[in-house]
Design a protein around this ligand. Structure first.
Ligand SMILES: CC(C)(COP(=O)(O)OP(=O)(O)OC[C@H]1O[C@@H](n2cnc3c(N)ncnc32)[C@H](O)[C@@H]1OP(=O)(O)O)[C@@H](O)C(=O)NCCC(=O)NCCS
Length: 184
């Protein structure tokens, strides 16, 4: 598991904290996942597996109330699978996949989601990752705006991508090897 810095950040007058997930967080993470994604949610076994095996799995806490209010999960893209699917460019490897990001509804739109994403992108950059991919529901304007603001660009339309039958866009961002994150 990756070692991640823990620190408090003040945003919109409230203090939040980002820290690595621990197995005891699974029920609260599942609660947020269920509230946010409904029928498209990850089941609890998958979340347990991701807690153990993810490249990055961090939780966002309200530092005053001391509760988890969001999380972000990234996996490394397997280069063998990427080659097989034609999604491989040796000039921008290794690559990571944003599996999920979600905030409790009461904590949205105060800059915390953006801070969480920037934190994870910075860790990826420090670890030498060159590319990040994600999928976003075509109807999810807030998330798409967040990603676009951080420099992600649409690369593919994915029909019927979600269990519910909804369509998605694949988005991608390249990370600089040194210095500031591109557009972030
Ligand atoms: C997507 C999500 C993580 C964003 O977190 P957030 O804390 O609400 O977002 P922030 O306040 O940090 O805003 C970041 C950017 O998102 C966009 N955004 C935020 N609220 C928005 C809204 N109501 N409408 C449109 N864009 C919005 C803006 O571009 C904003 O950047 P700016 O403030 O520089 O203009 C959060 O809304 C969420 O958990 N949504 C439900 C789960 C989800 O859809 N996850 C993504 C799956 S692909």
């Amino acid at each position: 598991m990756l070692v991640i810095r823990v620190g408090e950040i003040e945003l919109a007058g409230q203090k939040c904290r980002i820290r690595p997930v621990v197995p005891g967080d699974v029920l609260r993470v599942y609660e947020i996942e269920s509230n946010v994604f409904g029928d498209d949610k990850f089941d609890i076994m998958l979340l347990r597996d991701l807690i153990t095996n993810s490249l990055i799995f961090v939780v966002l806490e309200d530092a005053q109330a001391n509760i988890i209010v969001g999380f972000c999960i990234l996996l490394e893209i397997d280069s063998v699978e990427a080659r097989a699917s034609g999604d491989y460019d040796p000039n921008v490897e290794p690559a990571a996949h944003l599996v999920n990001i979600a905030l409790d509804e009461a904590y949205r739109y105060h800059g915390w989601g953006k801070t969480l994403m920037q934190y994870c992108l910075e860790i990826l950059r420090e670890r030498g990752f060159r590319r990040v991919q994600l999928e976003v529901n075509v109807a999810n304007a807030p998330a798409a705006a967040l990603y676009q603001g951080l420099g992600f660009r649409r690369v593919k339309f994915l029909p019927n991508y979600y269990q519910s039958g909804s369509n998605a866009y694949r988005m991608e961002k390249f990370l600089h090897g040194t210095g500031e994150l591109e557009n972030a």
